[in-house]
Design a protein around this ligand. Structure first.
Ligand SMILES: Cc1cc2nc3c(=O)[nH]c(=O)nc-3n(C[C@H](O)[C@H](O)[C@H](O)COP(=O)(O)OP(=O)(O)OC[C@H]3O[C@@H](n4cnc5c(N)ncnc54)[C@H](O)[C@@H]3O)c2cc1C
Length: 313
């Protein structure tokens, strides 16, 4: 059975790997490859953010959490590190559903909560260095026997293959005429300084984060709906830095080494479902918003299961 995966972001390559591991012949066709996908810009902290529906994203994210740890421990993928991070909230709220699924989750003591906030928690979660992880994923895909080709499509009907897994990210707006799919623009700043632990305020209105990688810390962020601007905006850089300085006063602007922009493929819910178009079987896997890395392995496993069940394997 030949399967075509459309798209070579984190969703596409991860799904392609799982399909190859299940014995399918897989080709990735994509307009862009790493380092030119949105996935390459992801910060990327394991955290279910801006992605729905929660019942499903809780499951996909916890499956991905444990797969990332397995990759780090068993396949020595050293661009995945486990780091502590503290989420600060203005108001007390219900704990997220995934909080009971991960080994380290604790409510912050009053003395640990910074000025201007009233509640918070600490987790230990994977940080994924996408500049290394994307090439690693692609190398794994090729090692398993997968092929890829650069191709752009204007319609899903043009895509060859018996089954097509559609991981086209924001491309689904035109390819699937999906007006529910919209960009949520994110700008990040890279700084050569380590905050010790990550600091977060993940409310979209006040979005602030410091995500420590081994070499740089990723500072964010912006979550600008319907904003297609892919160029860096100096005023956004300033906003990001001032917000991060609130959470991390020791931040030193002299250590800034880069800035990047990406458009999150946001949708009211992740589109993971099957559709028949002119007798062609399409399985959609797009619309992961701000959590495409966090959901990647869980979504990939679900797609493999869908295909196996329908083929009675
Ligand atoms: C600033 C920022 C920070 C983020 N931080 C995090 C984080 O901390 N944790 C996290 O989990 N997520 C994070 N994200 C979200 C994450 O980056 C996305 O959810 C994820 O990258 C989506 O991956 P994808 O593979 O679905 O899409 P993409 O990476 O966009 O890949 C889509 C692929 O489809 C191809 N394609 C599209 N249209 C066509 C076409 N017509 N023909 C052929 N090919 C096509 C593209 O070329 C590309 O290869 C962040 C995003 C941004 C912008």
């Amino acid at each position: 059975m030949d399967i075509t995966v459309l798209g070579a972001g984190v969703s596409g390559i991860t799904t392609a790997i799982r399909l190859l591991e299940s014995g399918f012949k897989v080709t990735i066709l994509s307009r862009d490859m790493s380092p030119n996908t949105v996935s390459d810009v992801a910060a990327a902290w394991w955290y279910p953010f801006l992605a729905e529906p929660v019942e499903k994203t809780n499951k996909w994210s916890s499956e991905t959490f444990y797969e990332l740890i397995r990759l780090k421990n068993e396949e020595n993928v050293d661009c995945i590190t486990l780091r502590l991070g503290r989420e600060y909230l203005k108001e007390k709220c219900e704990l997220p559903g995934w909080s009971s699924e991960i080994p380290h989750f604790r409510i912050l003591e009053d003395s640990e909560i910074i000025n201007g906030y009233n509640f918070g928690w600490e987790i230990e979660a994977p940080v994924i260095e996408m500049n290394h992880y994307m090439p690693w994923l692609l190398a794994k895909f090729e090692k398993l026997g997968g092929f890829y080709e650069l191709r752009e499509f204007s319609s899903l009907q043009e895509v060859p293959g018996e089954i097509i897994v559609n991981c086209c990210g924001l491309g689904g707006r035109d390819l699937c005429n999906d007006r529910e799919l919209r960009p949520v623009r994110g700008q990040v700043v890279y700084i050569k300084q380590d905050p010790g632990f990550g600091r977060f305020d993940q409310k979209p209105e006040t979005l602030t984060y410091t995500i420590p990688r081994r070499d740089v810390t990723v500072l964010g962020g912006t979550a600008q709906k319907d904003d297609w601007e892919e160029n860096i905006r100096p005023e956004d850089t300033e906003t990001i830095l001032s917000k991060c300085e609130e959470l991390w006063p020791e931040l030193n602007r002299d250590n800034i080494v880069g800035i990047a922009v990406g458009l999150r493929p946001s949708r009211y819910e992740v589109r993971l479902e099957e559709e028949m178009i002119n007798g062609k079987r399409i399985i959609h896997n797009y619309g992961h918003g701000g959590a495409g890395v966090t959901l990647s392995w869980g979504c990939a496993d679900e797609i493999v299961e869908m295909i196996k069940i329908s083929m009675q394997i």
